[in-house]
Design a binder for this molecule. Structure first.
Ligand code: ADP
Length: 651
């Protein structure tokens, strides 16, 4: 027996117990090695005319034997002779594949600048070989699930095969063996089940198929397996009266992986139906995607990107359960299922695949070493999504409204959580319901149709556009000739506060004090009225001391006798949202009761004050406040008292 070197033993132990977090990747590693072996032989055949070989001759086979507890991965690639077995499998962390790759491609210089090949342009030809191995440890991941590994290999051109065998602890043996043809069989003898680990689950057709499809679906050689199928037995002739069809099981060799990665193909060469099928099976959706985005980039880092905007919102999208991220493939082998770094939060609804051969992976191939590569790709991904959304917004408004209905809230959260940093880009993608136009408009459209004297963008926040449209402050602003955006999502007010302004126009909630609407004349008139009625306003403030911070004369109201507005950072609408949050208790708006001095009710109040009827002033103040609260959709402190007062008035 040849012993592993001491360092190797330590490394092996580390490998088996700590490098990988996920045992099931052992099959991915072995299939990747098999693919590398096929690649190496294929590459040699390109320059060695004595090798008669077509790419289609190269196949990988996976088999399992439940009784013997073995899984066998076979290839008909380059194979290993006795010395290579010793060098490659006897020394852990020695990657012959990496050396092969460096030797072949050492003088291929990558262009400095990134050239992007979009769907219109030709896709650069992928390298003739696509070597996956680079660390020289993947093979040993087999020992995570096996207590014995036997490798039978015959190098291309040799007559003699050799068997390498090890328990993954002390050392290994290499003995003469027999094998038909060149290539390698890696035979894993699985460990017995324990309480914690279910190794038996790997010994099933379903289990293995699932692993191949999940991790090695796009390996470029066919990965075949014998599968059990059932069929109807042929009908006897003549058919007896009481004939019932009979079924039988049979075995058939099936290619499990789909091989051609759809993201490598030019968009013009792929039918939309193919993309739709891929999307639905890969991302478990039953509706077609709304949009498909394809990017091919060649340069310092080359990569292919295939993105989808889903056609419907996942039911858990706005919950904690939803996991965003794109699938990350390196050399067509799945590395990460949900790579978060590739997508900004607000585009978390996008599903898709990023594939690159140039990623520097860490040893377990579970994470990446250099995040700068990822960041560069993520930047491009974000730019592409934004461009696609802008295109849809400008050219297909109906489609865009559908998109916005599904995911618009995510964009608003994006602005809110980044404190408005990205408001120019994301803000232009938002849609709001216009009180004037009675349809969804963008902020840019709103600004474009503003009358010359309008200084701010006005909005109102509440439950429904119908209700908002009737609010006194909204009708007041609209009567001045200005449009108001009617916002019905809880995030809207927060989003606008984070933005503060858009296209150099302040964003103002019509329920906020100081709308800056009034002309100098209006202002002076309101001030004069307030001064003349100082006593009344004072008495009312006293009557409502707990509830409002101020009672003022409005210069906006037209029809309603009074309305509530707010001062300070928390708006009335925000207060409603915050009321539902445990941490935000006590976050209240500073309420202002604004009075319409042109309304008959104001006259009634003024004369009561003049006549010294303090009780009436008090009662009417409460009535007005409660009315205003109702209109705002806010709770009334004492509904019984309110009902009684109305009844009294009616009598
Ligand atoms: P890596 O694949 O990262 O190089 P491995 O530990 O998986 O590392 O494999 C070590 C080396 O063993 C490979 O570089 C390759 O030369 C050789 N090897 C492994 N599996 C095979 C195989 N099926 N056929 C031929 N060579 C193989």
């Amino acid at each position: 027996m040849r012993k592993f070197k001491t360092e190797s033993k330590k490394l092996l132990n580390l490998m088996i117990n700590s490098i990988y977090t996920n045992r099931e990747i052992f099959l991915r590693e072995l299939i990747s090695n098999a693919s590398d072996a096929e690649d190496k032989l294929y590459f040699r055949s390109l320059t060695d005319s004595s090798i008669e070989l077509g790419k289609s001759d190269l196949v990988i086979n996976v088999a399992f034997d439940k009784e013997a507890r073995t899984i066998t991965v076979s290839d008909n690639g380059i194979g290993m002779d006795k010395d290579s077995l010793d060098a490659n499998l006897g020394v852990i962390a020695h990657s012959d594949s990496m050396e092969f790759k460096s030797a072949q491609f050492a003088d291929v210089e990558k262009p400095e600048e990134e050239i992007e090949a979009d769907e219109e342009q030709a896709v650069p030809n992928s390298d003739a070989v696509d070597i996956i191995g680079q660390f020289g440890v993947g093979f040993y991941s087999g020992f995570m699930v096996a207590d014995k590994v036997r490798v039978v290999s015959r190098a291309y051109g040799d007559d003699q095969a050799w068997a390498w065998e090890s328990d993954g602890v002390e050392g290994y043996t290499i003995k003469e063996a027999a094998r038909e043809g060149h290539g390698t069989d890696v035979i894993l003898h699985l460990k017995p089940n324990t309480d914690e680990e279910d190794y038996d689950s790997f010994l099933s057709e379903y289990g293995i198929k699932d692993l191949i499809k999940r991790y090695s679906n796009y390996v470029r050689y066919p990965v075949q397996m014998m599968v059990t199928k059932s069929r109807q037995k042929p009908e006897p002739d003549p058919k007896p009266e009481d004939y019932k069809p009979e079924w039988e099981e049979y075995q058939e060799l099936e290619t499990i992986n789909s091989m051609t990665p759809i993201w490598k193909r030019r968009k013009s060469e792929v039918e939309q139906a193919e993309y739709n099928e891929f999307y639905k099976s890969q991302f478990h959706d039953f509706t077609d995607p709304q949009r498909t985005i394809v990017v091919h980039a060649e340069g310092a880092i080359s990569y292919d990107v295939l993105l989808f905007i889903p056609g419907r919102r996942p039911f858990d999208y706005y919950s904690k359960e939803y996991e965003r991220g794109l699938q990350l493939y390196s050399s067509n082998v799945l590395i990460m299922d949900k790579c978060e770094e590739l997508l900004p939060d607000y585009y978390g609804f996008v599903r898709g695949v990023v594939s690159s051969q140039d990623l520097t992976l860490n040893i377990s191939r579970e994470t990446l070493q250099h995040n700068s590569q990822l960041r560069a790709i993520a930047k491009k991904v974000e730019k592409k999504i934004t461009a696609e959304l802008q295109k849809m917004r400008d050219n297909e408004r109906e489609e865009y409204e559908k998109f916005f209905e599904n995911f618009g809230r995510a964009l608003k959260y994006g602005i809110y959580t980044s404190y408005g940093m990205n408001k120019e880009e994301l803000g232009s993608l938002l849609l709001f319901y216009s009180a004037k136009e009675q349809k969804m408009v963008t902020l840019d459209e709103y600004v474009a149709s503003m009358p010359e004297n309008q200084k701010a963008i006005y909005y109102a926040a509440g439950e429904s556009t119908e209700r908002l449209g009737k609010m006194p402050m909204v009708t007041g602003v609209v009567s001045k000739g200005y449009d108001v955006l009617l916002c019905t999502q809880d995030v809207d007010d927060f989003c606008f506060q984070a933005m503060a302004n858009y296209a150099e126009k302040d964003l103002k909630n019509v329920a906020g004090a100081d709308l800056g609407l009034e002309s100098e004349g209006d202002k002076a008139a309101a001030e004069e009225t307030a001064k003349a009625n100082e006593d009344l306003l004072g008495a009312m403030k006293e009557a409502l001391d707990e509830e409002v911070t101020k009672v003022a004369v409005s210069s906006v109201l037209t029809d309603a006798p009074a309305a509530l507005t707010s001062e300070g950072p928390v708006s009335l609408e925000m207060e409603k949202v915050l009321a539902g949050m445990p941490d935000a208790e006590g976050m209240r708006s500073q309420r202002v009761l604004e009075l319409n001095a042109n309304h008959p009710v104001f006259e009634v109040l003024a004369s009561a004050q003049e006549a010294g009827d303090a009780d009436k002033v008090k009662r009417y103040s409460r009535l007005l406040l409660n009315q205003a609260l109702l209109v705002e959709g806010l709770p009334i402190d004492d509904p019984v008292e309110f009902a009684q007062q109305i009844a009294e008035l009616m009598q």
